[in-house]
Design a protein around this ligand. Structure first.
Ligand code: ZN
Length: 457
């Protein structure tokens, strides 16, 4: 279902509709690449969203302001067919969090309740902590291990360039049911972080299943988790937790706008980032930068004629889920019109690789893109993208081809979901390199006549 909030824009395509077929042109892509390196549109968009809207969890009042910001920004940058696509959202929203070690000596804890956690009683919970060095160790523990205790899983995260250390450790964030089944009264997890700062990293756990005994769950700052683990080697450690949150039946929105192409039959390229964020910071790298990078790249491509329409989507509920399924539901009948799709959602540090659908690098009008990207130190990677952003998961599963511009995630998880996800950690030069890689890639993909559903030999 669509709600057309505004139909604005340059309608550039109408005046170009009569032009002869546009061909993928590496020289044009190189010009866009170089223009991007001198363009600060992405920085302006990023600065605007983080400064004027701030943190914006789905279902919060700030999410409605973010929606209005998105509509206004797309209009100001000349997009057309601007609209919002609403969907129902059960929103988990934080009220307050506090915690402290009460023995062997009092010490305030840096912590954040996990998304989908239940609240503690108003007076809080005080109990002894049982520490596990990994999720596997908790799973191996007997059912009698933890009755009446608070379970802490203190599993560190591995730093990797492609961010796949996250997959290995994030499962611990959803392990509260393992603790509950063993009689625990609350669950603590070491922040899913590669950093050493005390700032805790928020994040959602899987919703409780019917019949499960729900217990409160929170993420501890990395040094706080280590402190409790060291203390526990010497004797019993007791902790007091006070976690308050609520769930409200709400609405979330995917915001969409287009840069029309010259050939309406050539299909649409869907790109974007997600508009929602966690609440401790201002969501600069997660994911205002994804929106800023893709909107700036699309704006550059808009300046010259191109075949395929580029659709910019600001997904509205990535962090606690929902926008991927909502996007599929709203576009199910027209998935065949999406030529290819890609999301930017791993920060603002430099791009090091481009992954296309299987066989696409061999297409004659796409192969020259490798040379266009080389000065940016972006590799043409032959392996197809396993994922291209979680907001595209459902349309990808339904057969839409995807591409991925791989970002260096080496320091992303030092800040991700924490109070330090702010403009201060974005490097403007690396942000521009992202836009350059996106603009060159979009230019070639938009003008190519490759059918990405058939490039695989
Ligand atoms: Zn994200």
């Amino acid at each position: 279902m669509y709600v057309r909030a505004a139909v604005l824009g340059l309608c550039l395509a109408a005046s170009m509709a009569g032009l002869s077929a546009v061909r993928a042109d590496p020289q044009k892509a190189a010009r866009l690449r170089d223009a991007a390196l001198a363009d600060d549109t992405a920085w302006q968009v990023l600065e605007s969203l983080t400064t004027e809207v701030g943190p914006r969890p789905a279902g919060s009042p700030a999410a409605a302001r973010a929606r209005d910001w998105g509509l206004a920004k797309l209009a100001a940058l000349g997009f057309s067919n601007i609209h919002v696509e609403p969907f129902a959202k059960q929103a988990w929203l934080r009220d307050s969090d506090a915690g402290e070690i009460t023995g062997p000596f009092p010490h305030k804890l840096a912590l954040l309740g996990l998304g989908n956690s239940v609240s503690t009683p108003p007076q809080g919970i005080t109990a002894e902590v049982v520490v596990f060095a990994s999720l596997a160790a908790l799973k191996a523990a007997p059912s009698s291990c933890c009755a009446g205790k608070i379970v802490l899983v203190n599993q560190p995260m591995t730093r990797t360039q492609n961010g796949d250390g996250y997959a290995g450790s994030v499962r611990a964030r959803s392990a509260a049911p393992e603790a509950a089944r063993r009689g625990a009264v609350a669950y603590l997890v070491r922040s899913i972080s590669t950093g050493t700062a005390r700032a805790p990293h928020a994040g959602a756990m899987q919703p409780w299943k019917p019949g499960e005994r729900a217990i409160p769950a929170a993420a501890l700052g990395v040094p706080d988790a280590d402190l409790i683990a060291r203390m526990a080697e010497h004797g019993p450690v007791s902790v007091h937790l006070l976690l308050q949150s609520h769930v409200s039946a709400s609405t979330a929105w995917n915001v969409s706008g287009e840069i029309p192409g010259t050939d309406p039959k050539a299909g649409v390229i869907v790109i974007g980032g997600h508009l929602d964020s966690w609440d401790p910071g201002t969501g600069a790298i997660d994911d205002a930068s994804g929106i800023a990078i893709t909107i700036a790249a699309a704006k550059l491509v808009a300046a010259t004629p191109h075949r395929r329409t580029i659709r910019l989507v600001m997904w509205g509920s990535e962090e606690t889920g929902g926008s991927s399924a909502a996007y599929l539901a709203a576009h199910k009948s027209e998935l065949g019109d999406i030529a290819i799709a890609g999301e930017s959602d791993l920060g603002a540090d430099r791009v090091y690789g481009l992954q296309l659908p299987a066989g696409a690098w061999a297409a004659p009008d796409i192969a020259p893109l490798e040379t266009v990207l080389a000065p940016l130190k972006v590799m043409a990677r032959p392996a197809p993208a396993e994922e291209a952003g979680s907001d595209l998961e459902d349309v990808k599963a339904a057969g839409v081809p995807v591409f991925a511009l791989n970002q260096d995630a080496s320091r992303y998880f030092d800040y991700h979901h924490s109070q330090d996800d702010t403009l201060a950690i974005v490097d403007p030069a690396q942000l521009r390199q992202n836009v350059a890689a996106w603009a060159a890639t979009l230019s070639i993909l938009a003008d190519s006549d490759a059918d990405f559903r058939k490039t695989k030999k």
